[in-house]
Design a protein around this ligand. Structure first.
Ligand code: MG
Length: 367
């Protein structure tokens, strides 16, 4: 089987809640997502999606996905999309870095492998665990009272895991954590995600102030070293996210005992092939995981569901259904949230069919 054409479509994904806000005053109102199609000489077509969280979250931006595909695409024509490790080596040889550019192609090729073998991606990634997986809900940064009120709204939608966006003024963040924690019920889990927003001394103040609260602390500071310093003075379960973007830093963080849970995102690692390596390593090393992506719609959510449900249940801390945050559906067959949970399709590949009328005209066409 050979890759004969690579296409990309640009879609805008508005939000039900209008704006998503996190640390440092960063916000997005309409997400700019790229859907990647990989065509083959057999007629099989696979799809992937890459949607950065704006241009200021990770070293990734929406137009960069398209520019990168134009650069990389011609190197992949004629390659076998089912030989994923080899395909990733070809991508890494042709374009240094830029993992998010490669992510959409890699996801699309897993979709092709699934369709070619008649197997769901979840089963190809290692096997299906359980009937479904539990979801977390991110609580966009607002006043402590508004954020606390959201807990009841999201719990009514079935969510039991809440990720509070902090990383602002430390005194306000302490108030946010106490206000939201007061709304929790037995069985709920709370994460305070600072998204690199605190400097080290502020982070230490916050973790000491909320010492008695049952809360996980996620990515308090900008650098790995600052986070490690906070971790060493922190009594809470600790999550690293933005700093963990390849296997070398994952292994270093394990050696330093720098985290209890790691947040792995498909496009941050560079696709399903590379996140599978990291995921399997975390299982072997005893590290819990939040498995997700930066953002996205139906196709990203489908890829996340296959990844999450192929992870041993006790290691899956949480995952996300981004397609429920956005107002636009880009594919049929994507996972739908039921009681705060979702499940991976049992159809072959990702189990999705893009709505071509929504995708419109392609903006990248390599053949
Ligand atoms: Mg995070």
């Amino acid at each position: 089987m050979k890759i004969t054409r690579i296409l990309a479509y640009r879609v805008e994904l508005p939000l039900h809640e209008t704006t998503y806000k996190w640390s440092g005053g960063k916000s997005v109102t309409v997400f700019d997502s790229t859907i990647v199609g990989v065509e083959t000489d057999t007629g099989l077509i696979g799809y992937g999606e890459v949607c950065p969280l704006g241009p200021f979250y990770l070293p990734a931006y929406a137009e960069g996905v398209r520019a990168g595909l134009r650069e990389l695409g011609t190197h992949l024509l004629g390659e076998d999309p089912r030989q994923l490790t080899k395909l990733n080596r070809t991508m890494d040889a042709a374009l240094k870095g830029h993992p998010y550019v490669k992510s959409g192609i890699d996801i699309a090729c897993w979709d092709i492998l699934g369709q070619a073998t008649g197997m769901p991606v979840c089963e190809l990634l290692g096997g299906r665990y359980g009937e479904d997986v539990h979801l977390y809900r991110a609580i966009s940064q607002e006043s402590p009272e508004e954020m606390a009120a959201k807990v009841a709204v999201y719990r009514a939608e079935g969510y039991r895991r809440f990720q509070l966006k902090v990383g602002g003024d430390p005194d306000l963040d302490i108030a946010r954590i106490f206000a939201v924690a007061a709304m929790l019920q037995p069985g709920d889990r709370l994460v305070a995600d600072a998204n690199t927003g605190w400097v080290q001394h502020e982070a230490i103040r916050v973790v000491k102030a909320v010492r008695e609260v049952d809360v996980y602390i996620e990515q308090p500071c900008f650098t790995y070293e600052e986070c490690l310093a906070v971790r060493r003075q922190c009594a809470h379960p600790f999550v690293l996210d933005e700093n963990i973007d390849d296997l070398n830093i994952l292994l270093r963080a394990k050696a330093d005992l720098a985290m209890d849970v790691v947040n792995l995102k498909i496009s941050k690692l560079g696709g399903l092939t590379k996140i599978k390596q990291a995921r399997d390593l975390c299982v072997s090393m005893g590290i819990g995981m939040t498995l997700e992506d930066s953002w996205g719609g139906d196709i990203t959510t489908a890829a996340i569901a296959h990844l999450a449900q192929s992870t041993p249940t006790e290691f899956l801390f949480s995952t996300t259904d981004f397609n429920s945050y956005v107002t636009l559906s880009t594919a049929e067959g994507a996972p739908k949230r039921v009681n705060g949970r979702m499940s991976a399709s049992k159809r072959s590949g990702l189990g999705i069919k893009p709505r071509m009328e929504v995708l419109g005209k392609c903006v990248v066409d390599i053949s």
